[in-house]
Write a protein that binds this ligand. Structure first.
Ligand code: ADP
Ligand code: ASP
Ligand code: MG
Length: 412
């Protein structure tokens, strides 16, 4: 007998019929004699609707109340799945975050899990029940308020629960049958990977592949949770394995580049003619950091007059207006002649552990994009990835070009 955590995302529970299909997957595992905890997301589109209602209610709102609202989507699907399972003759109980409890810090809207007490779930297993857990949510112990884990957070609920329960496996069921070399909805030639290393998955997720929330990969890596990404749309009677996220050592065929990720959620800001002297970078980036605006790529151009320089950097698209307003309010202190912004840029990244031992990997990409007439606005590199900032209009062309360049296209 094994202990499993099965997680189903929004499209997999989009309506009652799909919830019934999810129940068939759960029944298969329960009938095989496994102890099963199921983590569910809200129905597809529900969380977006709830977020929009908060914004409609007031332009500025309390983040604890935002959490009270947006956590509700998962309560519905957890209850419905328990009802459907019971109807199929499988004893089941739903669990809201606070009932477990799943304890988080107080960072409403993007809380981190601090502790999960698995005792009640294990007791429920002993009673022969399937535990259906509402994903995405927890509770802050001191205030007793409901928290949420950030968008896509049900993945993290599932992996963290698997770690807390010492589960043998965590299966993340979604609307694609595994992790691909790039988003299969953008590149039809994308190839499904049988295995991908924790490190590469971490980079892919943080560079835009939303198939797993970044934190879920961190938790899987730290606690060594055996995690698969697989499809809920496969026939429940003939399950397929999907993609295993695993240690680098467990990957036999190592590629130089394993995947291409992209993020449209980027904006570029350039400050023209700032003084080329100590303290200027601090004058720009310290206030941004204090305002919790995450700066990613930074380029400082060597000046030709030795007195002034241009500084270009990127911020998340959602923070663009706030960053601009902040820098405009500090124009006198920073001392620049003009602020130029480009909210319509995209960051394209290539990821692969093989880059550690191969040189010249990125330069091939620069050449290939140049041949397609795509201008690269900024570049960053690190051990197992490099990223380029380009105009959003070229996203698909650039992703496809790199996908072919590194031999990732599916055959046929
Ligand atoms: P869920 O609602 O099940 O959590 P998500 O929409 O969050 O599902 O994540 C699944 C989606 O991630 C897929 O539909 C796919 O378009 C997208 N995706 C992006 N990059 C990749 C990739 N490299 N491999 C697989 N899917 C990817
Ligand atoms: N429902 C939440 C969201 O849409 C959490 C999740 O689906 O993982 O972000
Ligand atoms: Mg998701």
């Amino acid at each position: 007998m094994a202990r499993l955590v099965m997680k189903f995302g929004g499209t997999s529970v989009a309506n009652v019929e799909r919830i019934r299909n999810v129940a068939r997957h759960v029944k298969r595992e329960a009938d095989a004699g496994n102890q099963v905890a199921v983590v569910v997301s809200a129905m597809a589109g529900k969380t977006n609707e709830l977020v929009a209602w908060c914004k409609e209610a007031a332009p500025v709102y309390d983040s604890a109340e935002y959490d009270a609202v947006v956590a509700s989507g998962e309560l519905i699907t957890a209850g419905l799945l328990a009802i459907v399972l019971e109807d199929m003759g499988l004893p089941a109980r739903s669990w809201q975050g606070w009932q477990i409890p799943l304890i988080t810090d107080e960072a409403h809207g993007s809380a981190r899990i601090e502790d999960i007490d698995g005792t009640k779930i294990v007791e429920s297993f002993k009673r022969g029940e399937i535990a259906v857990v509402a994903g995405f949510q927890g509770i802050h112990a001191d205030t007793g308020r409901v928290t949420t884990l950030g968008r896509g957070g049900s993945d993290t609920s599932a992996v963290a629960l698997a770690a807390a329960l010492h589960a043998d496996r965590c299966d993340i069921y979604t609307d694609v049958d595994g992790v691909y070399t790039t988003d299969p909805r953008v590149v039809p030639k994308a190839r499904r990977l049988d295995r991908v290393s924790f490190e590469e998955m971490l980079e892919m997720a943080s560079l835009g592949a939303k198939v797993l929330q970044v934190r879920s990969v961190e938790v899987a890596m730290v606690h060594n949770v055996k995690t698969y990404v697989r499809s809920s749309f496969d026939d429940p009677a003939e399950p397929k394995q999907g993609t295993l996220i695993c240690d680098e050592e467990d990957i036999v065929e190592k590629q130089v580049v394993t995947g291409i990720a992209f993020s449209r959620d980027e904006a570029q800001i350039t400050l023209r003619k700032v003084a080329d002297q100590p303290g200027v970078a601090a004058a720009i980036f310290v206030p941004l950091a204090e305002a919790n605006i995450n700066v990613d790529m930074i380029i400082q151009v060597v000046s030709d007059d030795a007195a002034t320089t241009d500084i270009t950097f990127t911020v998340p698209g959602a923070e663009y207006d706030r960053a601009k307003a902040l820098l405009e309010s500090r124009r006198a202190t920073i001392g620049y002649t003009a602020l130029q912004g480009a909210p319509d840029v995209v960051k394209i990244s290539a990821i692969g552990i093989g880059m550690r031992s191969h040189s010249g990997v990125a330069s091939r990409a620069f050449k290939a994009l140049a041949e397609k007439g795509i201008n690269i606005r900024a570049i960053t590199t690190s051990e197992i990835k490099f990223s380029m900032l380009i105009d959003e209009a070229y996203t698909e062309l650039a992703v496809r070009t790199l996908h072919s360049l590194y031999g990732l296209d599916a055959k046929g």
